[in-house]
Design a protein around this ligand. Structure first.
Ligand code: ADP
Length: 423
């Protein structure tokens, strides 16, 4: 008899925090449990990446996090940029001491409009700014792991992670440890779009199956302080063209803004210090796009294999003819075969699955040839099992008829909300 185990944090029996992987050492398993049960209390995790340093990645991360908090969200910002942790400076928190709660570190809370902003930076732990320079790969991985695992965030709507630049060991560690981030915002500059770094960054995300939420072009043009005209010093729309060419969304551009440097030095992000400035408005537009549920669905659709002209078989778990709020409790699966054009449904089949046990459905659906599952709620453990069975997961779909959901998904207008399970 299998004992139904439930994650103590999110009450989800599918949660990744509970199952031991084959061959996993006991201490690694326990560490992973702590990390994942912290992560499962955070609704959305967004990594901010860049191909190289100095393009304004931390500036964008801090302004995005602050703008989300000003919009009333509970937000955390985690700075794991080992070699250049600049978040404390950008939020006027340099030299802050971290307090502890049991084995965990408590983030520093900053007042931020209607929402909350909790800050944790690897910079708080480095005695000297050069401390980390001598760290080698495994040490860096260990530090990043500890940092993700040992911070007591509580319940958050968003966690924005300012990752080290490039596609090396550190961003890889972050992406692997978080396991199920919503995706990455890739920051670039007009000078950088033409070079390989940012493209490599997008390819890196694809290899990790980390959705690219979009590209932000920073330092894009300069608004003349005298006449107000926007001068595109490095040409126009390079970021947009590059995003289109790479098949990822373009989130928008931020101009070169001398005030950004001033606000960075004073520790109040532009979106808070100068909310009516063109720059703050540009950040606002990017945040609105990120908050739009349709956008999240569209980016999931954009990441679907249909783009490559591959065969699609979409599975939808249903109960009494409507999407099940949790796939594990469904009565049947409706499977849709889609033409290689990614638009036309050619066949529809209703199948009754075997009795539900953890891991059964991903394997069984793989055997049925499914390549995508559209789900309501799903724990991260189940999502990783689907991943392992080469089935892409779209979560947060609303209770609706499967045909409507699949049609909307193929048209790129499926609305997805929070990943809510009925457990
Ligand atoms: P990264 O995290 O990519 O290394 P930072 O966010 O630390 O980059 O920014 C590098 C420098 O560029 C900082 O001095 C910052 O104030 C400045 N900066 C960032 N964005 C802009 C912008 N849009 N206009 C002017 N200066 C900027």
């Amino acid at each position: 008899m299998t004992t139904e185990k439930t994650c103590k944090t999110c009450n989800d029996s599918q949660c990744a925090a509970q199952e031991k992987r084959p061959g996993e050492r006991e201490e690694d398993y326990l560490e992973r449990q702590v990390l994942l049960s912290r992560m499962c209390r955070i609704k959305h995790k967004i990594m901010v990446l860049s191909g190289k340093g100095g393009v304004g990645k931390s500036t964008v991360a801090v302004n995005l996090a602050t703008a989300l908090a000003l919009a009333g969200k509970r937000v955390g910002i985690l700075d794991v940029d080992i070699h250049g942790p600049s978040v404390p400076k950008l939020l006027h928190l340099d030299g802050r001491q971290i307090s502890a709660h049991g084995d965990a570190m408590l983030p520093v809370n900053v007042s931020c409009g209607a929402g909350t902003l909790s800050v944790m930076s690897i910079g708080f732990l480095l005695r000297e700014r050069d401390d980390a320079v001598i760290w080698r790969g495994p040490r860096k991985f260990g530090v990043i792991k500890q940092f993700l695992k040992d911070v007591e965030w509580g319940e958050l709507d968003y966690l924005v992670v300012d990752s080290p630049p490039g596609t090396g060991d550190e961003p890889l560690a972050v992406a692997q440890l978080i396991e199920k981030a919503d995706g990455a915002v890739v920051v670039t500059t007009p000078q950088e779009v033409a070079v390989q770094d940012v493209r490599r960054c997008i390819v890196f995300c694809r290899q990790l199956e980390l959705p690219v939420l979009g590209v932000v072009e920073n330092m894009s043009g300069f608004t003349c302080p005298k006449c107000g005209e926007l001068v595109r010093i490095f040409g126009a729309d390079g970021g947009r063209a590059m995003a289109e060419e790479m098949g990822v969304p373009y989130l928008g551009s931020i101009p070169i803004e001398p005030e950004i440097v001033v606000s960075g030095d004073s520790g109040t992000p532009m979106v808070q210090a100068k909310p009516h400035s063109e720059t703050a408005k540009a950040f606002g537009r990017i945040v609105r796009t990120l908050l739009e549920p349709e956008f999240r669905a569209a980016s999931a659709a954009a990441a679907s294999p249909a783009r490559d002209g591959q065969r699609l078989r979409i599975a939808v778990p249903v109960t009494r003819g409507l999407l099940s709020s949790h796939f594990g409790h469904c009565e049947q699966f409706v499977l849709f075969d889609v033409e290689t054009d990614g638009k036309t449904i050619r066949n529809r089949q209703v199948l009754t699955p075997p009795p539900h046990e953890p891991g059964t459905f991903p394997k069984w659906l793989h055997e049925q040839g499914a390549t995508i599952i559209i789900a309501g709620g799903m724990g991260s453990r189940a999502q990783s099992l689907f991943d392992q069975n080469a089935i892409r997961v779209v979560v947060g779909a609303s209770s609706n008829e499967p045909d409507v959901l699949v049609r909307d998904f193929l048209e790129g207008r499926l609305t997805t909300g929070a990943n809510i399970c009925d457990h």
